[in-house]
Design a protein around this ligand. Structure first.
Ligand code: DAK
Length: 258
């Protein structure tokens, strides 16, 4: 029996798959599901056979937000004592690249989860939004921060204040997602791209991801110092020796992730 109740987890060909698995409620994210998601990401991050992680949702949604039934009776002090965002924050520390494959709705906490991915591929009929304002609350798992850093204040304001749903096309034009894909090809195309990343030297991929994330928070000069240290660090890897030797010998490199 799977140890997961709310997600499905599998791995093959260097890829780790996490699928949100509450399709009857459009993958509404409840608390045990958050714990399962975070634990699955951390396990893949430690798993030597996995280079890239793909996150998707089962059924007609990626995720329609946090579970409203579960949240409806919460009080402010309950939430403070529960302190569940600390667990959610650990998603930011995952070192391997995460690709989100979004079909159907990505709303509220579901959209916030998507924004924790490094790359987002979406089905042409996907829709994104922050409807929290219509419930008398607001995003609490990074939505106002991550979206604003991604698309700027004006666009983020429109998205967050209106609570409207936006199409995948709009998300693409505003730089929220990387590409749109025909719904029936979403997983196939996402997997193809993920396999390309999985064939690259894993340490380079890891340190590029880390450096890009620093660019979001650091000043340009601090970020460039950070980048430089990571650049130097890669010269301590066997893969750097192999990559450059293979180029000189005009052959394909064999990377080991060391
Ligand atoms: N929670 C609970 N159930 C949900 C749900 C949700 N967010 N979204 C959908 N469902 C359930 C519906 O109640 C329905 O259940 P039954 O009636 O069949 O039992 C089933 O899924 C199918 O939904 P609909 O019948 O409504 O389907 P439609 O196609 O008509 O409409 C919809 C689809 C996505 C437009 C609609 O379901 C909808 O508006 N859903 C709610 C969207 C929403 O407001 N989401 C934002 C929730 S606030 C946190 C992290 C994040 C957050 C909080 C805490 N921690 C780490 C602590 C974030 C907060 C939010 O996300």
């Amino acid at each position: 029996m799977s140890k997961h109740e709310y997600i499905a987890v599998s791995e093959r060909d260097g890829l780790g798959f996490i699928e949100l698995n509450r399709p009857k409620v459009l993958n509404a994210i409840n608390r045990p599901m958050v714990s399962e998601i975070v634990a699955a990401f951390e396990e893949f991050d430690r798993n030597e056979n996995v280079n890239v992680i793909i996150l998707s949702g089962k059924g007609r949604a990626f995720a329609a937000g946090a579970d409203i039934d579960e949240m409806s009776a919460d009080g402010a002090i309950d939430l403070e004592l529960l302190n569940q965002f600390t667990e959610w924050d650990r998603l930011a520390w995952i070192k391997k690249p995460i690709i989100g494959a979004v079909q159907g709705f990505a709303l509220g906490g579901g959209f916030e989860l998507a924004l924790c991915c490094d790359l987002l591929f979406a089905a042409e009929d996907a829709s994104f939004g922050f409807p929290e304002v219509n419930l008398g609350v607001m995003p609490g798992a990074g939505g106002t921060q991550r979206l604003t850093k991604l698309i700027g204040k004006s666009r983020a304001m429109e998205w967050l204040l209106s609570g409207d749903r936006f199409t995948a096309q709009q998300a693409l034009e505003w730089g929220v997602i990387n590409r749109t894909i025909a719904p029936e090809l979403l997983m196939e195309e996402t997997e193809k791209f993920a396999k390309k990343l999985a064939s690259k030297p894993p340490l380079s991929i890891r340190l590029i991801k880390e450096s890009v994330h620093k660019a979001v928070d650091y000043s340009l000069y601090e970020g460039m110092q950070y980048e430089r240290k990571n650049f130097y660090l890669l010269f301590a890897s066997e893969d750097q020796k192999e990559g450059m030797k293979a180029f000189i010998e005009k052959r394909r490199p064999h990377f080991k992730g060391k």
